[in-house]
Design a binder for this molecule. Structure first.
Ligand SMILES: [Zn+2]
Ligand SMILES: [Zn+2]
Length: 278
């Protein structure tokens, strides 16, 4: 018997559509077992999991918020922006996702070209073997290097070739936080700054609120109790929706984080839903 969640809703989780280890259906089923009434699927830079999650949630009678988590760059800080309820056929939104995906692939190709200069020949397909779903990245390049005997450990592959500053490193394409906010808002979605305690850049909140930010993730496994109070007060003061979620990645990827281990009440789900433009 799985332990029940203390919350009604978990608004942050990843599935096999990005870097999670459970499928969208399995994630929804687990949410039901945990007693959650609502769940948001927020895979990195993709909405691939939405269809399957929607079917499963309709069958099990659980409210699904269709979400996304966009990795952005703000002056060298990686800032994550969560979006909820975007129109899935919005052409601008879909096009931006395609651009992100294309750039992710061309980045890998550029890294493989650089590796070749060191006599390390790996094909794109060999890297793809390690990338389940869409989020192809440096860890998969490292695993392919390992398999072909070009490195003894992934750590070594990163250290000699793939880390920032190493000879095969290629920077990732990223939107700015304001661009990601715009992309989500113009598709009718609601925008939330993810786990602000992880980067402490709230000095720029006003700028992002001006750009259209509507919420801030207050409850998250990376946050301390003090963070919860701090960001809860900021939400109150700045009129932002105070959200929360587990950032669940599945038992294989992050076993210490349970689905529903962090979350909010249905009142927050209603606040978000009331701001989605359909
Ligand atoms: Zn994140
Ligand atoms: Zn996340």
């Amino acid at each position: 018997m799985k332990s029940k969640s203390n919350y009604e809703a978990d608004l942050h989780c990843h599935t096999t559509a990005s870097d999670g280890s459970l499928s969208p259906e399995e994630t929804v089923r687990l949410a039901k077992e945990k007693g959650l009434r609502a769940l948001a699927i927020t895979d990195h830079d993709t909405i691939e999991g939405w269809g399957k999650a929607e079917k499963a949630s309709a069958q099990l009678g659980i409210v699904l918020l269709k979400g996304i988590e966009i990795n952005t760059d703000w002056e060298g800080h990686e800032i994550h922006i969560l979006g909820y309820g975007m129109k899935e056929h919005d052409p601008v939104f879909l096009n931006e996702l395609r651009v992100i995906q294309k750039k992710r692939i061309s980045r890998i190709e550029q890294m493989l070209e650089k590796l070749e200069q060191f006599g390390i020949r790996i094909s794109f397909e060999e890297v793809m073997d390690f990338a389940h779903g869409e989020s192809i990245g440096r860890p998969h390049v490292a695993q392919a290097m390992l398999r072909k005997g070009f490195a003894a450990t992934t750590k070594e592959a990163f250290h000699h070739y793939l880390r920032i500053g190493a000879p095969a490193y290629v920077p990732r394409y990223k939107l700015s936080p304001s661009e990601a906010i715009h992309m989500i808002r113009q598709a009718g979605g609601v925008t939330v700054l993810a786990h602000p305690g992880a980067y402490k850049v709230e000095t720029h909140l006003e700028e992002w609120i001006k750009a259209g930010l509507q919420g801030i993730e207050v409850f998250h496994p990376k946050h301390t109790f003090q963070d919860n109070i701090h960001y809860g007060m900021i939400a109150e003061r700045m009129g932002l929706i105070a959200t929360g979620g587990s950032d669940f990645h599945g038992p294989q990827t992050k076993p210490e984080v349970e689905l529903g281990g962090w979350g909010v009440g249905m009142d927050v789900v209603i606040q978000i839903a009331s701001k989605i433009i359909t």
